[in-house]
Design a protein around this ligand. Structure first.
Ligand code: ZN
Length: 410
């Protein structure tokens, strides 16, 4: 451990995380939907802490909190988000924000440290109103029309109304100043069980997987469920169910080691107990960090659809709804996290892709980006019981601060 340099104060990090947990507390987690009262209080809490790190705080017109510094030299941007999923965990988001705050407190006041850390809390990473609205706004990827169209997925309240209700309407949105930052570093809980089950303290994220989404439609013949003999039926629902099982049987051959696929929604039309479904539809998603793997699986998916159609009972069409390029994390950032792990968690780090989306993938479109994960107990997340052991939280903070220092040192 490098003794001649100041490092993360574990007790302070835990106290900050607990302070954020007490705002909008729900059981052992939190309920902080975007622009709710506890979310806004959390943003204000951060804005009040930032001066401790020599940062000037601003909450901009999309609800991003940004802490900027006047200090010269290289600047590293670090952060995550402060809103939560509904009735969810206390660490998903706040962990990365508090680590960034801690890195700024330690490094910005250290005369021996090169440059400074600037802190961001990106608004609505959890997608109550849209998809990565805060970080997309910062990178210049969000139009006024996008904001006009955004609505709360639960209440239907428009984003414009929400911004006005919390006093942010009409405020300018801050966008990235090109060349200001050497890159962006984000810490997050893993939200899976790989680290915990392997006794590993730090995940060095190599990439954030892309998401490809499809609508697969089945057309058969709607008819009477009592009078239509089984051998003449053209049941779109049964064709869909068989297709789902077939995917699970055949995808492993062509998938990569970490490819995942999910049928997230099935609808039968007309969807009544006494009617044979004439139409059926499934929303299907594939995630991987290798577009080549996705290409192979999409070819397979389409050929499976053609096989079913050729049998003549039901027609199947595959429509691609969404293509998501994976975001590669910067090699220098991965190396800095690994080197920092060597100092504070020797032999307990592993390189891994992220199966979940994060603001880092948006920031990676305009600057080098890196991410580190800490273990999630039982792999549980998006639930109020989400947790990470205190020792792992502290180790993560130490590695994060050291990685920031190394990146700024060049
Ligand atoms: Zn998150």
């Amino acid at each position: 451990m490098p003794d001649n340099r100041s490092h993360a104060d574990g007790a302070r990090v835990l106290a900050d995380l607990n302070a954020l947990r007490s705002i909008g507390a729900y059981k052992t987690g939190v309920h902080k939907p975007t622009f709710s009262e506890p979310h806004m209080r959390s943003l204000e809490w951060l804005a009040q802490r930032l001066p401790e790190a020599g940062l000037t705080a601003d909450i901009d017109g999309i609800g991003n909190v940004l802490g900027t510094v006047a200090k010269s030299g290289p600047k590293l941007l670090a952060g995550s988000h402060l809103e939560s999923q509904n009735f969810a965990g206390w660490l998903d988001g706040p962990l990365g924000v508090v680590y960034a705050l801690e890195a700024a407190r330690v490094i910005n006041s250290d005369p021996n440290a090169n440059g400074a850390v600037e802190v961001a809390a990106w608004c609505d990473e959890e997608g109550h109103f849209g998809s990565f609205l805060g970080s997309r706004s910062y990178v210049g990827g969000l139009t006024e029309e996008d904001i006009d169209a955004a609505r709360d997925r639960n209440s239907g309240r428009t984003m414009r109304e929400a911004l006005s209700d919390v006093g942010l309407a009409g405020r300018a949105r801050v966008t990235a100043e090109r060349g200001r930052h050497i890159g962006y570093l984000e810490a997050h809980i893993e939200q899976g069980e790989r680290l915990e089950s392997g006794g590993i303290a730090i995940g060095v994220v190599t990439s954030i997987v892309g998401i490809w989404q499809y609508r697969i439609s089945f057309s058969g013949e709607q008819n009477h469920a009592g009078t239509t003999r089984m051998d003449v039926r053209r049941d779109a629902g049964v064709a869909l169910a068989r297709f789902c099982v077939d995917i699970d049987d055949r995808f492993p051959e062509l998938g990569g080691p970490r490819t995942v696929w999910t049928t997230g929604r099935i609808t039968l039309d007309p969807g009544a107990p006494s009617i044979i479904p004439g139409r059926a539809e499934m929303l299907f998603q594939i995630r991987d960090d290798d577009p080549g793997v996705i290409d192979r699986l999409e070819v397979l998916l389409r050929s499976m659809a053609a096989e079913v159609s050729a049998r003549g009972r039901c027609g199947v069409t595959v429509e691609r709804l969404r293509t998501g390029a994976p975001a590669m994390m910067d090699a220098t950032f991965q190396h800095a996290i690994e080197a920092a792990s060597l100092a504070f968690a020797e032999g307990r780090s592993v390189r891994m892709p992220s199966g979940a989306g994060h603001d880092a993938q948006v920031l990676a479109t305009i600057m080098p980006a890196g991410m580190l994960f800490v273990p999630s107990i039982g792999g549980i997340s998006h639930h109020w019981s989400e947790n990470t052991g205190d020792a792992d939280i502290v180790t993560g903070a130490q590695v994060f601060v050291e990685a920031c220092r190394r990146l700024l040192a060049g």
